[in-house]
Design a protein around this ligand. Structure first.
Ligand code: ZN
Length: 108
């Protein structure tokens, strides 16, 4: 394993990149890359998509936290548990994002 902190290739499959031995063109940056013949994006573009998705989830989590801060929701147990799940998910996303940022920051 070359870089244990970089996203695993498998993590990027939902974002369009898969490893392989075909010479394909990225649908996003139009660069040629080596990957699966069905891969739609190069690894860098797929990683950017993953980061964008992470940012979107963080924004959603922040919105959930804002709702908690501005509304009295504690009488409704079910809603409270849902919000607690969102907070836990947000914490995981934030930690993941910080790891990704630390990894991509060493480039330029
Ligand atoms: Zn690309």
């Amino acid at each position: 394993m070359a870089d244990p902190s970089a996203p695993e290739a498998g993590e990027l499959v939902p974002y369009g990149y898969a490893p392989g031995s075909y010479y394909v063109t990225c649908g996003e940056c139009k660069e040629k890359f080596i990957g699966d013949k069905r891969a739609a994006r190069c690894r860098a573009c797929a990683a950017m998509r993953k980061l964008a998705e992470t940012e979107k989830r963080l924004a959603e989590a922040q919105e959930a936290l804002r709702v908690i801060a501005t509304q009295s929701v504690y009488e409704d147990d079910e809603y409270r548990y849902q919000l607690q799940d969102m907070i836990d998910a947000a914490r995981e996303v934030a930690e993941d994002a910080l790891r990704s940022a630390a990894t991509s920051g060493k480039g330029e």
